[in-house]
Design a protein around this ligand. Sequence first.
Ligand code: GLN
Length: 189
Amino acid sequence: MVKIGVLGLQGAIAEHVRSVEATGAQAMIIKHKEQLDEIDGLIIPGGESTTMRRLIDKYDFFDALVAFGKKDKPIFGTCAGLILLANQIVGQETNHLALMDIKVERNAFGRQKESFETELEIKGVADDFEAVFIRAPYIAEVGPEVEVLATYNDNIVAAQQGHYLCSAFHPELTDDHRLTEYFVNMVKN
Ligand code: GLN
């Protein structure tokens, strides 16, 4: 059985554990970098990217997370997790893990639309996925190796680059576990 880690520093941790378990895979909350050796794939949850980055540095996770990705181990970043994976953040000079060739805009849906739900078509996953957005980013630009999986009003909200997957919305908050299952299958293959 594949073992999926959920980075356990901040954010929607328990919800991802529930979603991973619903797909039949094993979930493990990752609180120490040494635990990365025990898992086959990692989810970086939604939350607050600046806070999560501070905790990544505080608990000495940074190099271990980059090395995990460079070893071709799959990583799925959702919302704040997507921001952590991006190599460019609009309006910021610094980035975080920079594992995906994407340019992200934080809090991109503005004040009126801080949180909303909508039905999305996600390539290879579903044509009726109920997506929950919470102070979400979107992807403004992608590099040539990135495949766009979903858009909302022409804004990119899910993408894949080889063994990296990201979504601007929260796939773990409903009972629709198809995107989590898509990631689990990426890990299995
Ligand atoms: N707005 C948050 C950030 O910039 C992300 C929101 C989320 O993860 N739901 O980190």
